[in-house]
Write a protein that binds this ligand. Structure first.
Ligand code: ATP
Length: 344
């Protein structure tokens, strides 16, 4: 991954076990990556609904300090408390640490039920601005209309497209597609596209094209294997990254990373807390564990990451070792043991 930061042989990584099935899938993921030989010093950190009860806040200062010190975290899903005054913890973390790049690889895993057998794309989403700038209001007390402002800056556009191109170069990818809506959103999306094309000049070794977002959505469904790396603004990236997860069998097997400057990053499962099955020990840890693989790549432990991916691929290929959400018979612990047995 695009990371020139040098890490110690056994770096500190904050572990946020989160809510719902979070603790179960976090324990399974840690067990798997440790069995694969990962050298990580896990530092417990707390956030989410359970944390509100134990620490009086869903995101205590103590957790921010731990993340600040480690610069790296593996995070299970968090429930955001309902009610005024609580903003999304995920959004708060991304903003606080300026984790501007959301990386969502989507690759077909043999055996996982889905419509395609050859998807291998990486979606890079700008994480800090666009339609999610947080500037919106009703125009009057009757709420007869509401307005929202999208902010797209040259600086953020430049760094996210550069991130995508550098990712392509570092990971032996051939093509980056800039996804936009510059035909209608002439200034916001237009600026993103113009800056993207400029930045692409610095990467003559990577093919760079662009595509309008609606055409992109259709093409992803009709011909997903035609995409390699894709880069886009916040809202389009949010939608298309879930579409990409759907192409490979759903959110349960989709990893994600939020990456900032100086090697800071939070790796997370993209599914929710699955409250309906929490505490039953049947959650699928694949998404979180594949996110831990992105963490291992990020800190230079790539061979360990490959071992874990191989184990997950093998365990998911057989119904008896797959978890129930994928039509299998295994519970979380049985799946973790199967992954460990199946690692090369
Ligand atoms: P939240 O409010 O946290 O988003 P949710 O129930 O609305 O929770 P998800 O947590 O994403 O949304 O769950 C959607 C469905 O997918 C649920 O039926 C849940 O049990 C299932 N699910 C999600 N993640 C997993 C997983 N890792 N393993 C097994 N089932 C899962």
């Amino acid at each position: 991954m695009n990371n020139t930061t040098a890490y110690p042989p056994c770096p500190d990584v904050a572990l946020i076990k989160g809510d719902g099935i979070g603790p179960e899938i976090a324990d399974a993921s840690v067990k798997i990556v440790e069995a694969a030989g990962a050298k990580i010093n896990w530092i417990p950190a707390f956030a989410g609904m359970a944390c509100l009860e134990t620490h009086g806040s869903p995101l205590p200062q103590e957790t921010i300090d731990t993340l600040e010190k480690c610069g790296l975290a593996l995070k299970s899903p968090l429930a955001t408390p309902i009610g005024a005054g609580f903003r999304s913890i995920n959004v708060s973390l991304r903003k606080h640490f300026d984790l501007y790049a959301n990386l969502r690889p989507a690759r077909t895993i043999p055996g996982v039920p889905c419509r395609y057998d050859n998807v291998d794309l990486v979606l890079v989403r700008e994480n800090t601005e666009g339609m999610y700038s947080g500037i919106e209001h009703y125009i009057d007390a009757e709420r007869s209309a509401a307005e929202s402002i999208a902010i797209v800056t040259r600086k953020s556009s430049e760094r996210i497209v550069r991130f995508a191109l550098q990712y392509a170069r570092d990971n032996n990818r051939k093509k980056v597609t800039i996804v936009h809506k510059a035909n209608i959103l002439k200034m916001t999306s237009g600026l993103f596209l113009d800056v993207g094309r400029e930045v692409a000049q610095d990467f003559p070794d990577i093919e760079c094209n662009d595509m309008i977002v609606d055409a992109t959505a259709m093409r992803m469904v009709v011909n997903p294997e035609s995409f390699d790396v894709m880069v886009t603004t916040n809202l389009f990236g949010d939608i298309l990254s879930d579409l990409a997860a759907g192409l490979i069998g759903g959110l349960g097997v989709a990893p994600a990373a939020n990456i900032g400057a100086d090697g800071r990053a939070i790796f997370e499962a993209v599914h929710g807390t699955a409250p309906d099955i929490a505490g039953k020990g049947i959650g699928n840890p694949s998404g979180l564990c594949l996110s831990a693989c992105l963490l291992l790549d990020h800190i230079g432990q790539t061979e360990v990451a490959s071992r874990v991916r191989e184990g997950i691929k093998n365990a998911l290929s057989r119904p008896e070792t797959r978890t129930g959400d994928l039509g299998g018979k295994a519970n979380t612990a049985q799946f973790a043991d199967a992954v460990i047995r199946a690692m090369g």
